[in-house]
Design a protein around this ligand. Structure first.
Ligand code: HEM
Length: 440
C-alpha cells in the first residue's frame, strides 16, 4: 500500500510540475510531504490517500493507559544467581546453578498518577515489576517499593484506587476521599505509616527497594514446599527526597525518576539490586499469631531471616518507549515450574486481574508482543486467533487438546504437587480488623 501511495504521489508530482512552473523551486521532500490541492487552494481531494492514512493512524496512536501505575519507565538487564541456598527450596530452572544468568525487563512506576504525571509525588507507593525471561517461560514478579499493601481483600482494590485517584465530579485530587477511605479501613494504617514517612518519596527509581508483598509457594525437586516473600535491595543504597525538593522537581522536571534511570544506564552506571527471600514452612504458618498470607503484614526479620539469592543488573535502555515500555505487560499469573501461588487472597485477585486487563489494554494476543514473548516460545496452542494474531497462529496444528495429530504431550515433570485445602465452612467474612494493631 505504501508503494502505491508513493507512486501515486510521484505521479501527481510529475503532473503538477508540468502545470505549475513556480513550484520548480520547491524541494522534492517538501512536495512529498504536502497535500494535493485544488489550484485555487480551496480544497483537498479525498483521493489523497497518504493524507487520509496519516490522519487515520494519528487518531489511533493512543492505547488505554494502565488503570493503575500508568506512569512508568522500563529497562533491560539480567539476573545472576549468587547463592545456592534457594535450590533446596525451589526447583525453578532460573535458580538451578550459581552464576546462572536470566534476561530481565523491569518497569518502575508511580501508582495513581496518569501517564504524563510527575514522578516525585508524595504519599503513595511505587511499582517495582520484574519480568524474568526464563528458559521455562516468563516469570513476572510484580511488586512495590514498600513491604506491605494497604488492604488484604482483593474486592477492596478498586475502591482503594478510586479513593486515591481524582474525584469523579471535579477531576481533582481529593484528600477527603483518600482519608475517608483510610479512616474507614483501618488495615490501611501500616501502609500509611510508610508512604507518609521519610520513605515516602524515593530519590528516583535506582534508590528504591522492591518487595513481592504477596507470599508465593516454592516447590523443590522433591515436591516439598515452603512459602516465601521476595525482596530487592539496591546496591545504590535506599535514598529518599525531602518534601520541598520533591515539590520543586515536580515543577522543573516531572520526569525526574525516568531521566535519572535513563541517564545512569546511558552513562554505564548500571543499577543493581540483590534479591533476597524470607521463608516460612507450613508449621511456621500454622503457628504464626497472624495470617501469614495477609498482604498488610510484614514477616518479622528476626524470625524469618533474609537469604541472598542473586543480583539483578540493568544495563540497557529501551530502544522504543511505546514498543518496550507502554506495551510491556506484567501478570502475576505468569509463573514457572517451582513457583506457585500461596493462599493469599489478594494474590488470587491479582492472578485474574492483570491477564484480564492486558486483554483490554493491549489485546487478546498481548503475550505475542515481542517484549512479552517467552524466549522458549511456550505459548498454549489452544489459545488461538483473536485481534492482532500476527504470527503463524500454530499453522495447521489442531486447536483442541488432547488430539491425535500434534506432537505435543503432557510432561509429568510440570504437574504441581497435590496440596490440602481444609474442609471448612464458606461464608462472607469481615476481616478488616484482623490484627491491625498489636499491643506490646
Ligand atoms: C487485588 C489487588 C490488585 C489488583 C486487582 C491489581 C490490579 C492491577 C492492574 C489492573 C494493573 C494494571 C496492569 C496493566 O494495565 O499493565 C496493575 C498494575 C500494577 N500493580 Fe497491581 N493490583 C493489585 C495489587 C497489587 C499489589 C499487592 C502490588 C504489589 C505487590 C501491585 C503492583 C502492581 C504494579 C507494580 C503494577 C504495574 C506493572 C507495570 O509496571 O506494568 N498490585 N495492578
Amino acid at each position: 500500500m505504501f508503494n502505491k501511495v508513493q507512486n501515486q504521489s510521484i505521479h501527481s508530482i510529475h503532473s503538477m510540475e508540468e502545470k505549475e512552473e513556480e513550484e520548480e523551486d520547491v524541494s522534492f521532500e517538501r512536495l512529498m510531504n504536502s497535500q494535493i490541492k485544488v489550484e485555487d487552494r480551496s480544497s483537498v481531494l479525498l483521493r489523497e490517500i497518504k493524507l487520509m492514512q496519516e490522519l487515520q493512524h494519528f487518531g489511533r496512536e493512543r492505547i488505554p493507559e494502565r488503570v493503575v501505575h500508568a506512569k512508568g519507565s522500563a529497562a533491560f538487564g539480567h539476573f545472576r544467581v549468587t547463592n545456592d541456598h534457594i535450590i533446596q527450596y525451589c526447583k525453578a530452572s532460573l535458580f538451578a546453578d550459581v552464576d546462572k544468568e536470566t534476561p530481565v525487563a523491569v518497569r518502575f512506576s508511580s501508582v495513581t498518577g496518569e501517564r504524563g504525571s510527575a514522578d516525585t509525588v508524595f504519599g503513595e507507593m511505587r511499582g517495582f515489576a520484574v519480568k524474568f525471561y526464563t528458559e521455562e517461560g516468563v516469570w513476572d514478579l510484580v511488586g512495590n517499593n514498600v513491604p506491605i499493601f494497604a488492604i488484604r481483600d482483593a474486592s477492596q482494590f478498586p475502591a482503594f484506587i478510586h479513593a486515591n485517584k481524582p474525584n469523579p465530579r471535579t477531576g481533582l485530587r481529593d484528600q477527603n476521599s483518600v482519608w475517608d477511605f483510610n479512616s474507614l479501613r483501618s488495615e490501611t494504617l501500616n501502609l500509611i505509616t510508610y508512604v507518609f514517612s521519610d520513605f515516602g518519596i524515593p530519590n528516583g527509581f535506582r534508590h528504591m527497594p522492591g518487595f513481592s508483598i504477596n507470599a508465593f509457594k516454592l516447590v523443590n525437586s522433591h515436591n516439598k514446599h515452603v512459602f516465601a516473600k521476595f525482596h530487592w535491595y539496591p546496591h545504590q543504597g535506599i535514598d529518599n527526597l525531602d518534601i520541598d525538593t520533591a515539590a520543586y522537581l515536580r515543577g522543573v522536571n516531572p520526569d525526574y525518576a525516568r531521566q535519572d534511570l535513563f541517564d545512569a544506564i546511558t552513562n554505564h552506571r548500571y543499577p543493581k539490586w540483590t534479591l533476597k527471600i524470607q521463608v516460612m514452612n507450613q508449621k511456621d504458618v500454622d503457628n504464626l499469631e497472624f495470617n501469614a498470607f495477609d498482604a498488610t503484614k510484614y514477616w518479622p526479620e528476626d524470625r524469618f531471616p533474609f537469604i541472598d539469592v542473586g543480583v539483578m543488573t540493568l544495563d540497557r535502555n529501551v530502544d522504543n518507549f511505546f514498543a518496550e515500555t507502554e506495551q510491556l505487560a506484567f501478570c502475576p499469573s505468569n509463573l514457572v515450574d517451582g513457583i506457585e501461588p500461596s493462599p493469599d487472597r489478594m494474590l488470587m485477585g491479582r492472578l485474574f486481574s492483570y491477564s484480564d486487563t492486558q486483554r483490554y489494554r493491549l489485546g487478546s494476543n498481548h503475550q505475542l508482543i515481542p517484549v512479552n514473548e517467552p524466549i522458549n516460545g511456550a505459548i498454549t496452542p489452544t489459545l488461538r486467533d483473536g485481534q492482532m494474531r500476527v504470527d503463524n497462529n500454530f499453522d495447521g496444528l489442531p486447536n483442541y487438546y488432547p488430539n491425535s495429530f500434534s506432537l505435543i504431550t503432557d510432561n509429568p515433570v510440570y504437574l504441581e504437587p497435590p496440596f490440602t485445602i481444609k474442609t471448612t465452612k464458606v461464608f462472607r467474612y469481615d476481616d478488616s480488623n484482623d490484627h491491625n494493631y498489636i499491643r506490646n
